[in-house]
Design a protein around this ligand. Structure first.
Ligand code: AR6
Ligand code: MG
Length: 363
């Protein structure tokens, strides 16, 4: 374990590694979103995988000029969460709800989930009286299990990286403003834990996938929301998926295995069909993957996530946040990053988040 993890006060060097991880995480999330967005909803064939390889090669060629790849709702909402943490010393959820709503009404065409828009309208119409009520009313009272809670949670993992209990509490509340279904909340918690675990992992040591998954499962058990009736074995879904991730990682990568991944883990907009998949992508990309020609495991993570098709922007965004938190900014190709809209601003946000974080006492 890297010594910085053990110390309450960080030396300059340790602090600079952590800062690089903050920047890498938010930049990784942005790149996954921007580069994944053009492929959203696609069923990816073997031929498409070659196209995606060329797409990345071209974007990494410094002579290639192209308009910015635009970010989607994933980054729009992530920006609001970061701002909420940077601007207020104590969490103010009404402020966050207003940020979400303002961001949406300023730029509604960012590809938001179909139903979350209703939450924004209700929040606005009720003047943010009860910030959790509109989300609770979604889907006839069952709440959303979309991956919209998970896709924006990374700033919470960063900001509270050495305040575990605050991290968990804030992650739940940040999610519940739009997602109150147990699967939506627990999916966001799982993504929050994955980013946090990657952040606290020494990039000089390789990740042990089995340990990574079992630790996530143990931590999630402790903090997750539980359904009293456990209908459809709902309480075990994420734990079973994490076991499946481990099993699938033991198999040799191939097109057939990718089919198995889609069948068993999924690539959709439901949190339980995308958060474990993002974790799988990060872990799979720790080693070479046939058809993905790069030495760089950050690129491999998002390129691989995109080749799985489906909700490519959000799965690549979540996998990119985990990979960036583990590796830090230096591992991310700056030519690739420059193709993404908001690339400079997201780094400024990461920097401000880091500075704001430094100013709060360690409890
Ligand atoms: N019952 C049935 N369908 C559901 C339920 C439920 N309880 N919960 C969610 N869905 P939403 P998000 C389905 O609108 O989570 C964008 O592409 C339903 O089809 O709460 O923020 C982003 O980039 C609903 O429309 O939004 C993300 O990929 C959909 O899930 C994704 O959408 C999304 O739920 C995030 O969407
Ligand atoms: Mg999406």
């Amino acid at each position: 374990m890297h010594p910085f993890l053990k110390k309450a006060t960080m030396s300059t060097l340790e602090s600079s590694l952590m800062k690089s991880k903050f920047r890498g995480c938010l930049l990784g999330s942005l790149i996954g979103d921007c580069l994944g967005a053009p492929f959203e909803g696609d069923v990816v064939t073997a031929g498409d995988k070659i196209v995606i390889q060329r797409y990345f090669d071209k974007l990494q060629d410094s002579t290639f000029k192209a308009p910015f790849k635009q970010y989607t709702d994933d980054t729009a909402m992530c920006k609001s969460v970061a701002k909420f943490l940077i601007d207020k010393p104590e969490p103010d959820y009404k402020f966050l709800a207003k940020l979400f709503v303002t961001e949406y009404f300023n730029e509604p065409k960012r590809g938001y989930g179909e139903n979350v828009i209703e939450v924004f309208r209700k929040l606005k119409n009720t003047k943010f009286e009860d910030v959790y009520k509109p989300a609770r009313e979604q889907f006839f009272g069952s709440g959303s299990y979309g991956n919209g809670g998970a896709m924006r949670i990374a700033p919470v993992s960063l900001y509270f990286y050495n305040q575990y209990h605050s991290m968990v509490e804030v992650a739940k509340n940040v999610t519940k403003i739009t997602h109150s279904n147990i699967l939506g909340i627990n999916g966001a918690l799982l993504q929050c834990l994955a980013v946090h675990q990657a952040l606290l992992s020494d990039p000089e040591n390789s990740i042990d996938p089995k340990k990574f998954c079992t630790e996530l499962s143990t931590k999630l058990k402790d903090i997750e929301e539980v359904d009293e009736d456990n209908l459809d074995n709902i309480n075990n879904i994420y734990h079973d998926k994490l076991k499946t991730v481990q099993k699938l990682l033991q198999k040799e990568p191939s097109d057939d295995l990718d089919e198995e991944i889609l069948e068993n883990l999924g690539n959709g907009i439901r949190a339980h069909e995308s958060v474990p998949t993002a974790i799988y992508c990060f872990l799979r990309a720790q080693n070479e993957i046939p058809g993905i020609e790069t030495e760089n495991s950050f690129r491999r993570t998002i390129q691989y996530a995109i080749t799985l098709g489906g909700d490519t922007d959000t799965i690549a965004c979540m996998a990119g946040a985990i990979a960036g938190a583990y590796l830090g900014e230096d591992a991310i190709n700056s030519v690739l990053a420059k193709h993404c809209e908001f690339n400079k601003e997201i780094l400024e946000m990461a920097e401000n988040l880091f500075t704001a974080r430094e100013s709060i006492p360690i409890k």
